[in-house]
Design a binder for this molecule. Structure first.
Ligand SMILES: Cc1cc2nc3c(=O)[nH]c(=O)nc-3n(C[C@H](O)[C@H](O)[C@H](O)COP(=O)(O)OP(=O)(O)OC[C@H]3O[C@@H](n4cnc5c(N)ncnc54)[C@H](O)[C@@H]3O)c2cc1C
Length: 459
């Protein structure tokens, strides 16, 4: 297994990384991207073992509901890149099972075993540039709007396209490239799934980041520990050797990869939404107590509503895991219906949770002075005095709560969360489609007919 120091050194592999118009030569030393490298490195150290054949507990394939469940708290301790690595491993394993082509399955299993043994990080590259959304890949003005094979060689393929919004792409070692959707006959070049090293010639990653840009990160207690850049990944005629190709032209299987990723990405999203919902309840209760309003009727009602939401999101997560299914190789995967419905419900109501929190907390969410102001000899004591809340609640403590709430819900990181909760895992629309597909609609119709006394009647 790698240590944090070895991970940092591994990033010096000639990769082409860009940030705000500049080529990044020293990723760990970069003022905005560097702290995100630190987060990943700390996770390597946190799970490191010196045992000779040790394997990261984050990367193994779960084989029971209990194992699936036991993985969640570990993933919450882990950084986002470790999390998407786990999801990538599970996506490839699930898809290989479902495609059922022995040649591809063998390549996937060999690739996954190599990643686990070398303790590498893999990011999920599914979302294409997509050009005009109303047109299929082959009808786009620019045929590269969807990632495609542009050349076949005896020993592999050459791939061209771009994968957008890829979380942590510049921080990983490998890119799992898979089709963004189902493909039809005639779209064979677009039915490509493969693994590409970040350092492969032709890979260029342009980054964005919501990391705090302030020298004093005490006012950003959450985003300073959680920043992870998003990568605009350009595949500019990248050669992929045959052993790294997991689908090539079989249009009937292209959707399998997207669906498998959707399942694991949404399970991850659902488990984060369950954690975050509890956090939001906790912040609402803490700030209500600090404001001296925890006993007031309308505040208690809002917090009760938040508790009900948090409990139902967690219930969906529990149901997704306890109703898990199994692939031919014994790998456990979460239930589609509960995963998609739960992720949808958690994401669609996230803004309502934040609305309640902001309503309860008050305007200091945005206007609390900086923590550094407490240290100013002229105003520090006065800021502390006037920021004090309920009897016994120190002004500095209350300020720190406000900064955490602002950072989590009302600043750059909070904005990132708002959009991510809606879009990550394919957007709310995708979750509605999959939920409907797996819901027993005929069973529901039968129940309605029985209730109406129409069960044996002809329509
Ligand atoms: C912070 C963040 C992190 C992300 N991380 C990753 C990642 O790691 N890997 C990855 O691959 N992706 C990632 N995504 C991408 C995410 O999955 C997409 O944003 C999402 O699938 C929507 O795609 P889009 O952004 O291209 O929007 P669009 O596809 O343009 O969708 C915009 C709206 O149009 C609708 N729409 C689009 N096409 C059609 C159509 N043909 N017919 C009807 N309606 C349509 C959609 O339902 C949606 O409502 C991330 C996104 C964000 C915001």
């Amino acid at each position: 297994m790698m240590t944090g120091a070895q991970y940092r050194a591994s990033l010096d592999d000639g990769r082409s990384i860009f940030f705000e118009g500049e080529r990044v030569k020293d990723l760990p030393g970069h003022p905005i991207l560097g702290p995100a490298v630190d987060v990943v490195a700390r996770c390597y150290d946190r799970f490191h073992s010196t045992a000779p054949d040790a394997e990261s507990p984050l990367m193994s394939v779960a084989r029971s509901a209990a194992e699936l469940k036991a993985r969640l708290p570990l993933l919450h301790e882990a950084d986002l890149v470790a999390h998407v690595t786990y999801q990538s491993i599970m996506t490839l394993t699930t898809a290989a099972n479902r495609v059922g082509d022995a040649r591809y399955a063998e390549r996937v299993h060999a690739y996954v075993a190599g990643i686990q043994a070398r303790d590498l990080r893999v990011t999920e590259c599914i979302t294409d540039a997509k050009g005009d959304r109303s047109l299929p890949p082959g009808k786009q003005a620019d045929p590269d709007a969807y990632t495609r094979v542009v050349e076949r060689r005896p020993d592999g393929v050459v791939v061209r396209g771009a994968k957008l919004h890829i979380s942590g792409a510049c921080l990983g070692h490998e890119l799992m490239v898979i089709p963004t959707k189902s493909m039809k006959p005639g779209e064979e070049p677009y039915a490509i799934a493969c693994a590409v090293p970040v350092s492969a010639p032709g890979v260029k990653i342009v980054n964005t980041s919501y990391a705090p840009r302030h020298a004093d990160t005490r006012d950003f207690p959450i985003s300073a520990r959680n920043s992870c850049p998003e990568g605009f990944v350009i595949l500019d005629d990248v050669f992929v050797p045959a052993e790294r190709v997991f689908l090539d032209g079989e249009v009937q299987h292209a959707g399998v990869f997207a669906h498998a990723l959707g399942l694991w990405e949404r399970l991850g999203g659902l488990s984060f939404l369950a954690e975050e919902a509890d956090q939001l309840v906790g912040f609402a209760q803490l700030i209500a107590e600090a404001n001296g309003l925890a006993g007031v009727g309308h505040i208690r009602e809002k917090i009760s509503e938040m508790i009900i939401h948090a409990t139902l999101v967690r219930a969906a997560l529990e149901a997704a895991i306890s109703n898990c299914g199994f692939g031919a190789d014994g790998a456990a995967y979460p239930d589609e219906l509960y995963t998609n419905a739960g992720k949808y419900q958690g994401a669609a109501n996230y803004n309502q949770m934040v609305r309640h929190l902001h309503d309860i907390a008050g305007g200091s969410v945005l206007t609390a002075p900086a923590i550094a102001d407490l240290e100013n000899s002229e105003v520090g004591a006065l800021v502390r005095k006037y920021m004090a809340g309920a009897s016994g609640v120190d002004g500095a403590y209350r300020m720190r709560l406000f900064h955490a709430i602002r950072d989590l819900t009302a600043d750059a990181y909070g904005g990132w969360k708002f959009v991510t909760n809606i879009q990550a895992g394919g957007g709310l629309y995708a979750q509605r489609i999959v939920t409907r597909k797996h819901y027993d609609l005929d069973g529901a119709k039968k129940k309605a007919l029985r209730a109406a006394g129409l069960l044996d009647e002809k329509p």
